[in-house]
Ligand binder design. Sequence first.
Ligand SMILES: Nc1nc2c(c(=O)[nH]1)N[C@H]1C(S)=C(S)[C@@H](COP(=O)(O)O)O[C@H]1N2
Ligand SMILES: [Mo]
Length: 385
Amino acid sequence: MITRREMLLASGGIVIAGGTLTSSRAVAEEPKQLFYHTTAPNNAEPKLDDLVKSWITPTKHFYVRSHAPNPIIDPDGFELKIEGMVNRPTALSLKNLERFASHSTTATLTCAGNRRSEYNAEGKVGGVPWQSGAIGNATWQGVALADVLKEAEVTPDAKYVWFEGLDEIEKGGGIIPFGGSIPIAKAMIGSGAGAPLLANGMNGAPLTADHGFPLRTLVPGYIGARSVKWLGRIVVSDRPSPNHYVATAYKLVKSTDPIEWAESGPIYRYPINAAICTPKENAQLAAGEIDLAGYVLPTGRPGTTVKKVLVSADQGKRWTEATMVGKDSEFCWQLWNAKVKVTAATKRLMVRALDSSGGFMPYRVPWNAKGYLQNSWYKLPVQVN
Ligand SMILES: Nc1nc2c(c(=O)[nH]1)N[C@H]1C(S)=C(S)[C@@H](COP(=O)(O)O)O[C@H]1N2
Ligand SMILES: [Mo]
């Protein structure tokens, strides 16, 4: 946990009003350096050459995916409710959360819709037209979800943990919060890199409004949608959350037929993925050896890491192995570098990756109506003179 004191200091100093300590509401934030698909709600991603500058993504270059404008939450009045299949339902203030052991976890967050725009070549998909920047790797500060659930005494028949945000999303003529849920076994992992956090810090500073101030979940290895921002309520249950973003959205479907939606299960993990971040798309290159850089993310399965990243400048006839940069972890991306020779015949550069459990990026991914989990070979058009 980032402590209350650190939070006050980071929010521009301690404000003393009538002898009592109060925090200023807005946390001083470094301006984002992203390109925006929409504002209010903010949906924005970094330029790819910014994204590969460092293994830890600075918050200013970290993508934002929100379904409603940022809610304004008073941290002093804030309480996290814990309900459902627990013997001791409770409501915890930020101060109460400081009682639990502090954790700091480095994990990559990626949107299930990262690289969505590539599906449009085959058939139009809705949603934010993400390129390949809906991904970032940060260090998150908080407490273990498992510790908080243990204190609430989860009952033996519990199977899922639901998360509910304090945002207000207009949907079907009403207002709903964003919700997520994860299996109880994942929720109860209390230590190690895969432990879900209730996080109030990102890269050593309090969460910014865009990233869920004052509290969010951070579920390493799962799609970004399960890391619920502006977290207000946790419900322990014997079934997945009925919230729209679990029961309907974030499923792999071919159509919007209600039967197909009902038949399909929620997405939890993402597949292995990689992208080329430099050179730029349609870059003008001189024939000869060029430098490539990008990222690769393993699938988020405990024990599975990236085995190889391969690049090609000749439509896959020859593949060159890339060099990895950054820590090799199951829940973090790695950056990579490679050199390849390009000629006047080179129309595109490609990258694919293999993992330690036989997982791979396919040449092509079947189209799905919502444009999720695009992890085909990344194909970057270039022009060589
Ligand atoms: N409350 C709330 N939580 C949310 C969302 C949201 O719209 N509301 N978006 C989700 C999605 S789809 C993603 S990919 C991640 C993005 O996290 P970030 O904006 O911090 O990068 O937050 C998730 N948590
Ligand atoms: Mo997402």
